[in-house]
Design a protein around this ligand. Structure first.
Ligand SMILES: Cc1ncc(C[n+]2csc(CCOP(=O)(O)OP(=O)(O)O)c2C)c(N)n1
Ligand SMILES: [Mg+2]
Length: 600
């Protein structure tokens, strides 16, 4: 079949399916893109010719920023437990490098996305082409090489014949639960438009079976022996529990063996918030209940977690515990010198429990905090009520992830979507769009700080374009509450963390900026509601739920929600300093640092 490389690529993608537990879905649900000279004649022409979105052709979505479209793909894929995602097409140069942050986010969170950046001419006859990086030492380097370290698979298609094997490799990585992340196929602009005679079999319907590896018998025996010797076990549930669909099995295991379950950010919602075994969030932003157990546990059973520093309180949290790690990736299962059980979380939980064994300790759950005034904690509590049983909350960076992790009452595994692998400012609205595309029947509540909003609000226009309804709760506190607090704690005096004009002293300590983010949201096409206290917020959220259009609820809570941390986080403090706050912070730092262990 004679087609261009771009035409063949799209025809191939439209025929790829994922399968798990007998359910087949389109692996690539559509193509997000922004056109430029590096993809308009190749991918752009191919999409138009196939009648994007009609018949069996992939739908095309115009985004506003290339980074944002990767976030949207991540939000979508995470909501669908990594069984379906989007492709992202870009021009060459800045369009391509805008993908880098999104790719890093996808790979760090282990979420599949397919990136199709344009690349400079393979033939090089016309070089340097507009936006080409010239490397005097090597002519085969382009800016797209910046995507290599953040991609789980990277290939550059310099010849049409290279396409089929690259496509098969790309699909395998996207659907491998242990390896998945950003997959990049760089497409030189001349090659995209080049024709070739393709074998028909390339375009046959192809099903990629997403594996559920079962535990190796000997490893399972080792795990059971370890469990039998434990009296005070604690489960740390990570995102892998949710992606594997292992929540019911986790609940059964915890109930049957009397094991408390603490949750990471990605794992939050593994158990309902009111499940008797759920002791809440773990780590730096964890509950006192969970962290007390973590300090006393003799065995930590990590399931589908990569043990980030927030989870381990920078390796100060787990007193003398040993580790049993259930993970589909050996890399994560091996962490903290743990006993490795390389397996799918659901498969492992079904067979893991030893007969007759039961934990020999009691545990308490976290009490709800008392809420007064119109603090951020009150805002989040009101949004929590509005999200209810069927909604989803989306967030990523700033002071909210910590407050959400600790206090949010999650109704289930897909109701809590906080991106905290990369904690990327700007993920919120773009990621929320992906969540809504994956779960159109659910109300999606995007919580976004003013800092994050100013970095990446433009996908509101994309939501409006698609007639996709988001509820965006915009929390304006004139700058970086999170980093402001951190700055003060490490003796950096809150420098540059408030949105203020340059003042008379020459510093950024003048008037609050006259920036109207609510007006900005309205200008992007959203309906906007302002709320000044809890009662107004509650009624605005009711209106927003009833609305059919994307609605932004704008709030300015009182400063200082101050939930406080119950475990440490390692952020280095200046070893020498003139200001006394920094010197005091260093003393505290060195004290805390002594608690830090290498778990062996
Ligand atoms: C892209 C990116 N740049 C910088 C940071 C570092 N950072 C983390 S939180 C934060 C401030 C966030 O401000 P805002 O969204 O207003 O939330 P707030 O802290 O006020 O709750 C910054 C700068 C980040 N996480 N992501
Ligand atoms: Mg802020």
């Amino acid at each position: 079949m004679r087609l261009t490389v771009a035409q063949a690529l799209l025809r191939f993608l439209a025929n790829q399916w994922s399968e798990r537990d007998g359910v087949e879905r389109r692996l690539i649900a559509g193509v997000f893109g922004i056109f430029g000279h590096g993809n308009v004649a190749g991918i752009g022409q191919a999409l138009a010719e196939r009648g994007a979105g009609t018949g069996d052709a992939l739908p095309y979505y115009l985004a506003r920023n290339e980074q944002a479209m990767v976030h949207t793909a991540v939000g979508y894929a995470r909501t669908l437990d990594r069984l379906s995602t989007f492709a992202c097409t870009t021009s060459i140069g800045p369009g391509a490098t805008n993908l880098v942050t999104g790719a890093a986010l996808a790979t760090i969170n282990r979420i599949p996305v397919l990136l199709l950046p344009g690349d400079v001419f393979a033939t090089r006859v016309a070089n340097p082409v507009l936006q080409e990086l010239e490397d005097p030492r090597s002519f085969d380097v382009s800016v797209n090489d910046a995507l290599r370290p953040v991609s789980r698979f990277f290939d550059r298609i310099n010849r049409p014949e290279q396409l089929p094997s690259a496509l098969l490799a790309a699909m395998r990585v996207l659907t491998d639960p242990a390896e998945t992340g950003a997959v990049t196929l760089a497409l030189p602009q001349d090659v995209q438009a080049e024709a070739w005679d393709w074998p028909e079999e390339l375009f046959a319907r192809r099903v990629w079976h997403v594996a559920r590896p079962v535990p190796e018998p000997a490893a399972l025996e080792r795990a059971r022996t370890l469990l039998r010797s434990s009296r005070r076990p604690l489960i740390v549930a990570g995102g892998g529990v949710i992606y594997s669909g292992a929540c019911a099995e986790l609940a059964e295991f915890a109930e049957e063996y009397g094991v408390p379950v603490a949750e990471t950010q990605a794992g939050k919602g593994s158990l309902r918030h009111d499940h008797p075994c759920n002791v809440g969030a773990i780590g730096h932003t964890g509950t006192a209940a969970a962290n007390t157990l973590a300090r006393e546990a003799d065995l930590v059973i990590g399931i589908g977690t990569r043990y980030s520093d927030f989870t381990t309180a920078s390796r100060t949290l787990f007193g003398q515990a040993r580790f049993l790690n259930v993970n589909v990736a050996a890399f994560d299962a091996a962490k903290h010198a743990g006993t490795m059980l390389v397996a799918d979380a659901r498969e492992a939980l079904r067979v893991l429990g030893p007969d007759g064994w039961r934990a020999a300790w009691t545990f308490e759950r976290q009490e709800r905090a008392v809420l007064e005034g119109f603090t951020q904690a009150v805002v989040l509590d009101a949004v929590n009520d509005a999200v209810g049983e069927d909604g989803v909350v989306v967030n990523a960076a700033g002071s909210m992830p910590g407050d959400l992790h600790r206090a949010w009452r999650a109704a289930g595994p897909h109701s809590y979507h906080v991106e905290y692998g990369y904690s990327c400012m700007g993920y919120e609205i773009a990621g929320g769009l992906g969540v809504k595309l994956a779960a159109p029947e659910r109300e999606v509540f995007v919580l976004v700080g003013d800092g994050s909003y100013l970095m990446m609000a433009q996908e509101i226009a994309t939501a409006v374009q698609e007639g996709v309804k988001l509820i965006v709760v915009l929390v304006d506190n004139h700058g970086f509450a999170s980093i402001g607090g951190l700055s003060e704690a490490v003796g950096a005096q809150r420098l540059g963390t408030a949105y203020r004009a340059r003042g008379a002293s020459g510093g950024l300590d003048g008037e609050l900026l006259p920036v109207d983010l609510a007006a900005n949201a309205a200008s992007l096409g959203a309906d906007v509601l302002r709320a000044g206290d809890r009662a107004e917020l509650v009624s605005a959220l009711v209106k927003a739920r009833e609305a059919t259009r994307t609605t932004v609820v704008y709030v300015r809570p009182e400063p200082g929600s101050g939930v406080g941390a119950s475990a440490w986080w390692d952020v280095p403090v200046a070893e020498v300093a003139e200001n006394p706050e920094a010197r005091e912070a260093r003393v505290r730092y060195e004290e805390a640092k002594r608690e830090q262990r290498i778990y062996l």
